[in-house]
Design a protein around this ligand. Structure first.
Ligand code: NAD
Length: 484
């Protein structure tokens, strides 16, 4: 399989190269070897992408929603047909196990293309009757050229989750992937154009933060949708504000999982595994603060330790492997810094806690117990396989402590008490909540954060609101009355 892309960028329906841009090496996190190389976009490339997108958007928006939807649904079919190759590529790009990527990445991208493809034909305005037979009708219109900026943990999914609703509404997109995982978004662009999107409708340009910043500042950009960390979100939001551009911000988190004594232990442990160790912990909505009621704590820790014996590390391309390396040496070192802080600040290391020698960037799945709210591992986003168990006594206490964070991405509760489950869900200050599970993100449901974790929602019908705007048209049916 070809890992090196045909060229760095995908603009106006074709691969485009400009080797004068800074080189970006793609490193396979299992071997530490360079498996591909691309170049950051130069100002000429950025201009070319925006020019193509601005031109293509006019044509694309003139198609009916049904016609646009047909292209998106065709793209979904192609993506599913190529799931194996796309999953292998996603694994090279990120180091996530093929066991995961083959069911969670291109498949999730295809779901988004299919779902928003299905909605495209039914995007309409409304009719508002007024006195004297006058009326207003509203037209749902695209915003124009939308800029997508991606994080490195879900490169195919992020490129699709932003592209599908944007294109369904008649926008064009310029997408800048993370410089750490530049490969997969190119495939999304390729597939959309193969499915019949006019040249220039979906473009990909590579680069570091500076390329993203240059794109945001261009007046041709109408909207910015970022998936990234809070500090980057603050910069991007401020830059977008200067141009009064629309934004969607999918940012970081420090989400709670609250497990009551009456919870189904096996499900609670499974939820905490999904919420801490899936994608080696590199998931924004992870429930890294696991509040466990005192009566179930020992049983929870014992069962978690037991279940972690099922971890299989190795080459993530091997379908038997279920736990991959960190995306980069840098991310491994950041996470190990947090682990050392956890120990230094007095948390009890139950299992794991070490980086593993070798070319791959592995860290053992790590569980801390006796963690208190003020410890760094309980306050900061770690973005690695580090689970912290915090004890609690009462529901009231658990909810207050779960909410005592500037983040608000996700939250979950495990209990068999129905009324308590809904009370907790209502009380959580988080955009995406779960009862008796964690970290599922079906395209039909809204996904996004409150507080510092973000602005706007991806997926579900709500995403349409973030990629279109309503124009009101007043229609007078009687003569105009003027004072003179
Ligand atoms: P990051 O913030 O370092 O980078 C995100 C993207 O922003 C990259 O493409 C980067 O090049 C770009 N960027 C950086 N500075 C910029 C600037 N000044 N202007 C424009 N673009 C700029 O994030 P990351 O390390 O790639 O990803 C990890 C973070 O993303 C974590 O905090 C995680 O929680 C978050 N995340 C959130 C979600 C979500 O849906 N809420 C999903 C995945 C990841």
């Amino acid at each position: 399989m070809q890992i090196q892309p045909k060229a760095s960028h995908f603009i106006d329906g074709e691969y485009v190269e400009d080797t004068t841009g800074e080189a970006i090496e793609v490193i396979y996190p299992f071997t530490g070897e360079v498996v591909a190389k691309v170049h950051a976009a130069t100002p000429a490339i950025i201009d070319r992408a925006l020019t193509a997108a601005a031109r293509a958007q006019k044509e694309w928006a003139s198609w009916t929603g049904t016609e646009r939807g047909r292209v998106l649904r065709r793209a979904a079919d192609i993506m599913r047909e190529r799931n194996h190759d796309l999953s292998v590529l996603e694994t090279y790009d990120t180091g996530k196990p093929y066991q995961e990527t083959s069911v969670a990445d291109a498949t999730s991208g295809a779901d988004a293309l299919e779902y928003f493809g299905g909605l495209a034909g039914s995007l309409t305005g409304e009719h508002i009757p007024l006195a004297g037979g006058d009326f207003v009708y509203t037209r749902r219109e695209p915003l124009g050229v939308c800029l997508g900026i991606g994080a490195w943990n879900y490169p195919t999914q992020i490129a699709s989750w932003k592209g599908a609703p944007a294109l369904a509404c008649g926008n064009a997109m310029v997408f800048k992937p993370s410089e750490t995982t530049p490969l997969c978004a190119l495939k999304v662009a390729e597939i959309l154009h193969e499915a019949g999107a006019p040249a220039g409708t979906y473009n990909v340009v590579q680069g570091m933060g500076a390329v993203g910043a240059a794109l945001i500042n261009d007046p041709r950009v109408a909207k910015v949708s970022l998936t990234g960390s809070v500090p980057t979100g603050q910069k991007v939001y401020a830059a977008a504000a200067a141009g009064v551009r629309h934004v969607t911000m999918e940012l970081g988190g420090k989400s709670p999982i609250v497990i009551f004594d009456d919870a189904d232990l096996e499900n609670a442990v499974s939820g905490a595994i999904l919420g801490n160790f899936y994608s080696t912990g590199q998931v924004c909505s992870n429930g890294t603060r696991v509040f466990v009621q005192k009566g179930i704590k020992d049983a929870f820790l014992a069962r978690m330790t037991e279940r972690l014996k099922g971890v299989v590390m190795g080459d993530p391309q091997d379908p038997a492997v279920n736990f991959g390396p960190m995306v980069s040496a840098n991310q491994r070192d950041i996470v190990m810094g947090f682990v050392k802080k956890g120990v230094a600040e007095g948390a009890r290391l139950v299992t794991g806690g070490h980086a593993i020698d070798g070319p791959g960037f592995f860290i053992e799945p790590t569980v801390f117990a006796d963690v208190t709210d003020d410890m760094t591992i309980a306050t900061d986003e770690i973005f690695g396989p580090v689970l912290s168990v915090l004890d609690f006594d009462t529901e009231e206490e658990a909810l207050a402590r779960a909410n005592d964070t500037p983040f608000g991405l996700a939250a979950s509760v495990f209990t068999k008490d129905l009324t308590r489950a809904h009370r907790m869900a209502a009380g959580f200050e988080a955009g995406t909540c779960y009862i008796n599970t964690h970290n599922l993100a079906p395209v039909e449901a809204p996904f996004g954060g409150s507080k510092l974790s973000g602005v706007g929602r991806e997926n579900s019908k709500l995403a349409i609101e973030h990629y279109s705007e309503m124009k009101g048209v007043y229609v007078a049916m009687t003569d105009v009355e003027a004072p003179f």
